[in-house]
Design a protein around this ligand. Sequence first.
Ligand SMILES: [Zn+2]
Length: 114
Amino acid sequence: MSFDRCPICGKYDFTDKHKCRPKWEVNIPDYHGEDDWDNIVYAYDEEDAAKDMAERYNSNGDYALMDGDEITVLVRKPGETEVKTFICSAEPDIIYYATEKKTDKKTNNAKNNM
Ligand SMILES: [Zn+2]
């Protein structure tokens, strides 16, 4: 059993159990232009596809979505005319760190005895 990147959808998964998520055509009209459906995303549903595209857009550029910007992402099944429109935004996660500070025990004992 090996864990690798799928050559089709690009997701990391166990290669023997992997099934690609459904394929979606996505478009950011303000960025790609009105009728450019060349961007393919593999995602569970339309919303997931829109988020995936927003993430790609955000990390390719200057992280504009981190400044409160919103983008419009259009999603459709390949070749179909029915389009769903999503307004996408993002916010950064806060990551907390805790690193134990090692102290010299001899110094602590000396202080406790005082
Ligand atoms: Zn795949």
